[in-house]
Design a protein around this ligand. Structure first.
Ligand SMILES: Nc1ncnc2c1ncn2[C@@H]1O[C@H](COP(=O)(O)OP(=O)(O)O)[C@@H](O)[C@H]1O
Ligand SMILES: [Mg+2]
Length: 133
């Protein structure tokens, strides 16, 4: 499979979550993990809008899809801010956000880079393993 990559900007407003999901669907149509990819991008785009400076008026974020060999890399670059992405572990009492927990569970690998000027939250899906799922 030849490698390719694709990026697109979205306005930092709620309707962009649906648009970002459609962006993934359009480019990954027919791929085995398209559902997982859509879920990951929805969660990361929602977080960019809700928790980073991308959600301010005029803000934006960037979604990148990269395919190389048997791996699919998804990244959402936001406009940063004082808060950083952090997984809430289930503690039985407090019902907290679970978006990043879900992403970490379905992705083969994930991470964050950047700083308060802009952060990329990324996740990798293993396309080869998907044939056994
Ligand atoms: N892009 C981001 N920029 C800054 N903080 C983030 C970002 N994504 C997530 N976070 C932080 O990580 C926490 C956990 O995110 P998540 O698991 O998606 O739960 P939720 O969005 O429901 O709070 C958020 O509450 C927020 O404090
Ligand atoms: Mg969230």
């Amino acid at each position: 499979m030849s490698p390719w990559r694709m990026s697109r900007h979205f306005l930092g407003a709620k309707p962009s979550v649906t648009e970002a999901r459609r962006f993934v669907t359009t480019f990954l149509k027919g791929w085995p993990l398209v559902g997982d990819a859509e879920l990951i991008v929805s969660e990361l785009a929602t977080n960019a809008i809700r928790h980073s400076a991308s959600g301010r008026f005029g803000g934006r974020f960037v979604v990148t899809i990269q395919v190389a060999a048997d791996r699919l890399w998804l990244g959402v670059l936001d406009e940063g801010g004082p808060r950083a992405p952090k997984i809430f572990r289930r503690n039985g009492e407090v019902e907290t956000g679970r978006g990043l927990l879900i992403v970490s569970e379905i992705a083969a690998d994930w991470g964050v880079f950047g700083d308060e000027q802009g952060r990329t939250v990324w996740a990798v899906l293993d396309l080869e393993e998907s044939s056994c799922r």
